[in-house]
Write a protein that binds this ligand. Structure first.
Ligand SMILES: [Zn+2]
Length: 190
């Protein structure tokens, strides 16, 4: 690469082939344990990386025009999550075992094999429609674990504009990161 290499994180896993992901804005290389040369991967995928960086830059740009929802409490988020899961598991004819609220550094939410949903407490700063989208998305993972065509067709039935929602979520990630960093400065050690 003739330009300077992008900042990235490396995770080693028991996998066969290297993989690149943007975990909420941070380029992450997921490499087989035997792989010794992350920069070779960066070279190989530089076009893909460039495209992704452009999307992220745009999201940061758009973040300037959006504001956070600041008045939702943790308890309100919990109540909203409970109600939404209740509704969506009926709609999708599935059953979520447990809803866990926890602060997470790299994602809005996740669904585990034993059908638990973990929701990032930072979602309390999101507009309700995005919380709805996140919870529907995770509940749908109870039916389809992978982000394949089948999965997105389930999502599109309820959220035809899911691509916009995904983009907005990336934008909000940057807004919230900025805000919570400021909070950490104000209250060190919290
Ligand atoms: Zn997903």
């Amino acid at each position: 690469m003739d330009e300077k290499l992008p900042e990235y994180a490396v995770i080693y896993r028991n996998i066969k082939y290297p993989r690149l992901e943007y975990k909420t804005g941070v380029l992450t290389l997921i490499l087989p344990k035997t792989h010794k040369d992350p920069e070779q991967i960066l070279q190989k995928y530089q076009e893909w990386i460039k495209r992704k960086e452009q999307i992220i830059e745009k999201a940061i740009e758009e973040a300037k025009n959006k504001t956070m929802t600041l008045n939702r409490t943790y308890g309100e988020l919990r109540a909203l999550a409970n109600t939404l899961v209740e509704t969506y598991q009926k709609e999708l004819n599935t059953k979520i075992n447990k809803i866990i609220l926890r602060k997470m550094k790299t994602k809005w939410a996740s669904h585990s094999k034993n059908n638990n949903l973990t929701i990032n407490t930072l979602t309390k700063y999101l507009p309700q429609e995005l919380i709805e989208y996140i919870i529907y998305h995770e509940t749908a993972h109870a039916i389809e674990r992978k982000h394949n065509q089948n999965f997105w067709s389930i999502i599109a039935k309820k959220f035809p504009d899911y691509k916009t929602k995904e983009k907005d979520l990336l934008t909000y990630w940057f807004i919230i990161q900025k805000h919570t960093r400021r909070e950490e400065v104000k209250e060190p050690g919290v």
